[in-house]
Design a protein around this ligand. Sequence first.
Ligand SMILES: C[S@@+](CC[C@H](N)C(=O)[O-])C[C@H]1O[C@@H](n2cnc3c(N)ncnc32)[C@H](O)[C@@H]1O
Length: 224
Amino acid sequence: MTDQRDVRIRDRSIAKYQKHAAGYDQTCGPTWPIRMRAIDALCLQAGDHVLDVGCGTGLSLPLLVQAVGPSGKVSGFDQSPDMLAQAQARCAQAAWPNVQLALSSAQDFALPGRVDALLFHYAHDILRSPSAIDRLLSLAKPGARVAIAGIKYFPGLLSLLNPWVYLKNQGYNGAPGELRAPWDRIAPRLTDWRLTPTQWGMGYLASGRLPSVAGQASTAATPR
Ligand SMILES: C[S@@+](CC[C@H](N)C(=O)[O-])C[C@H]1O[C@@H](n2cnc3c(N)ncnc32)[C@H](O)[C@@H]1O
């Protein structure tokens, strides 16, 4: 369910992506290897159903379609009409029969079945929203795999550059900031948690699984 804070953040985010959508794909070259590593971390198998969380313009879709094969399924959603329109155009051009996209906020997204894996690729606002996390994890099977990639603050001496990291994040997010441990609301809900810094510490790649049995999530998850 969307609360008032989520609504304010959503409105700001949609306005920002209205400006960014047309040129978005051209900005993603440098993070392409991270996208591939995040998708690899999902260990997708033929026949899996994977959810692309905040799918944007659909840059991950070809990789996900290939990984789940013709017997699998790819679902994706985004709340920005401008970003989703590009994902829909990509999908129509490729004529993938097993991809379904929806214009929706993470807080309100619904699916008829449950997914085997969730990809959060540069989905900072979604990771900072407790109601979005609740919603999305409720759509996954027990034991489902989760991979997350995103931006964070530099540690150590490089932290002098963090005002620049903040500004970079502010350009795109409805709720900029909270970049010390952007994963800290989802990590405690997952088991087998792994986190690797990327981009000299300005990024991170993380993975985990939903508990196979309810109530089994790690309570020790304060990873850095
Ligand atoms: C940085 S882009 C990443 C897009 C895509 N995942 C990628 O890797 O290229 C973040 C996307 O998340 C979407 N988004 C942000 N908050 C959202 C929310 N609460 N619900 C749905 N989409 C959201 C934005 O509209 C935007 O398209």
